[in-house]
Design a binder for this molecule. Structure first.
Ligand code: NAD
Length: 332
């Protein structure tokens, strides 16, 4: 059992990720620690309450959560939602939060996070707000294996220990990234790289398959050579190469292509703001925008770019790997 010095912990945002994270807290927090929860969709709150009636307290607003909790965790879709929840009417900052610990796990733009942090710092000198975006997807959230990228200095040992004792109830690795908003910067940089690799892996596989190669052989070649990468090894965009990859299950249960588009776009905004030169950004964004709007790809795992780019998914049934689908996604 974790050593959490809190009578009550708050959780706001019970969506695809947040619900599982809250479930882990409900199951693992010390018996005496209550969980105050809030979502704008009341059915989600009711659902969690019905499973853990002795643990969950239904809150009426973010302010209500903040008033009654020592620590508040938020898991929301975008910067605008985070601003509303923290700074809006009946938001967290309208509550009694002096000296409390706030942790935002949403993947949002660094500017919105810093705006919220500065606003709170002006009103409450002893309140701490950390960015702690996560990686690992809904499956990781369910298994409790997500990684947290923490906007905290590595030498702040006491604070990291306190944060880790709580975050480790919901995930595996906790990586301190150096300071405020750097957890978010790390997450966006990671997703930019991961998104680009998925496109490159899809294209490399496609050219090899069209040349007559079996994709399983290609995967072995990459793994043994300089192209080795986690996307091919564990999330191969070509169905049937790695059985546990979303592609082998109809591209279901993965990281939705629309979320990749969102993160990719946030990463590019960040790159422009800090004047980082990138030649792959525009084409990568257009690819994920196109795939997000394509009815064959929308709502599916982002590695569905293989389908979007015209890769042959039926290679196994066809018994040969040549003759891939001529229908290629347009990047115009
Ligand atoms: P989601 O849309 O499923 O859940 C968000 C929840 O926030 C919803 O239940 C929504 O009702 C609630 N919400 C929105 N506005 C609110 C408000 N004003 N007050 C209270 N609740 C509000 O999103 P998700 O998939 O759980 O993702 C959450 C965050 O985590 C996003 O930033 C996403 O990019 C990031 N993330 C998602 C994944 C993934 O695989 N889904 C993986 C890693 C990171």
């Amino acid at each position: 059992m974790a050593n959490i010095a809190a009578d009550s912990i708050g959780f706001i945002g019970l969506g695809a990720m947040g619900m599982w994270m809250a479930v882990h807290l409900a199951e693992k927090l010390p018996e005496s620690t209550k969980l105050q929860v809030y979502d704008i969709v009341p059915a989600l709150v009711e659902d969690l309450y019905s499973k853990y009636p002795h643990k969950i307290i239904k809150a009426s607003s973010p302010k209500d959560v903040a008033d009654k909790s020592d620590i508040v965790i938020t898991m929301l879709p975008e910067g605008k939602h985070v601003k509303t929840v923290y700074l809006g009417t009946n938001g967290i900052s309208s509550g009694d939060i002096e000296g409390k610990l706030l942790i935002d796990c949403s993947t949002i733009d660094t500017a919105s996070f810093l705006e919220v942090k500065e606003d709170i710092a002006k009103k409450f000198q002893k309140t701490l707000l950390y960015d702690a975006p996560v990686s690992g997807g809904v499956i990781g959230a369910k298994k409790g294996t997500i990684a947290f990228f923490l906007g905290c200095a590595e030498d702040d040992k006491e604070e990291i220990e306190r944060l880790a004792s709580l975050l480790s109830l919901m995930g595996g690795k906790i990586i301190p990234c150096g300071g405020p908003s750097l957890g978010l910067a790390a997450k966006l940089s990671n997703n930019y790289l991961s998104g680009i690799i998925a496109i490159a892996c899809s294209e490399a596989m496609d050219m090899g398959m069209r040349s007559g190669l079996d994709p399983r052989v290609l995967a072995k070649v990459y793994a043994a050579g300089t192209a080795q990468n986690a996307i091919c090894d564990r999330f191969c965009p070509v169905p049937g190469v790695y059985p546990e990859a979303p592609s082998s299950n109809g591209y279901r249960d993965g990281f939705k292509v629309q979320l990749m588009k969102k993160d990719f776009s946030l990463a590019l905004d960040m790159a422009h703001r800090v004047e980082s030169n990138n030649v792959l950004g525009d084409v990568g964004l257009r690819t994920y925008e196109g795939a997000s709007e394509d009815a064959r790809c929308r709502d599916l795992d982002s590695r569905v770019v293989f389908r979007y780019l015209g890769g042959n998914e039926n290679w196994e049934a066809e018994g040969n790997v040549e003759g891939a689908s001529p229908e290629r996604g347009s990047l115009a």
